[in-house]
Write a protein that binds this ligand. Structure first.
Ligand SMILES: C[S@@+](CC[C@H](N)C(=O)[O-])C[C@H]1O[C@@H](n2cnc3c(N)ncnc32)[C@H](O)[C@@H]1O
Length: 117
């Protein structure tokens, strides 16, 4: 399973609706980060791979950017520590390929649970 996380502040405590509303300010950085990661880390086209988006926030990145760049992935497991972020992500991005979950990446059980995917 491939795991990625976008750089930046932890974002814990950020208002999900406000964050989502102004997400366009970060979109060029998101695109650049994903393209650079794909090139440097030799992601290829990720056909049939399961990918984890750590700290997915309101889901814009997993849905609008990641899936648009890598449409052949099998599944995206998108996690965020804030319940409100995941609730909004599910409303904004009703995508069958993305599974949004409330989870803390520092909890080793989260990685163990998905390590066989
Ligand atoms: C700067 S936001 C980035 C959101 C999204 N990736 C984007 O591109 O817009 C960081 C997110 O990471 C989440 N986060 C912080 N610590 C986390 C942790 N330990 N486990 C999971 N998510 C976490 C925050 O709740 C916040 O939604």
């Amino acid at each position: 399973m491939l795991i990625y996380s976008l750089p930046g502040m932890s974002g814990i405590g950020v208002d999900p609706v406000l964050y989502s509303k102004y997400h366009h300010l970060q979109e060029r950085d998101v695109n650049d980060f994903l393209l650079a990661s794909a090139s440097i880390l030799n992601w290829g086209n990720l056909t049939n791979k399961v990918v984890m988006d750590v700290g997915c926030g309101p889901g814009n990145t997993s849905c609008s950017w990641f899936l648009a760049l890598f449409p052949a992935v099998k599944r995206v497991i998108a996690i965020d520590i804030q319940e409100e972020m995941i609730s909004l992500a599910k409303i904004l991005n009703p995508q069958q390929k993305i599974e949004f979950m409330v989870a803390d990446i520092s909890d080793e059980f989260v990685l163990l649970k998905y390590s066989t995917h």
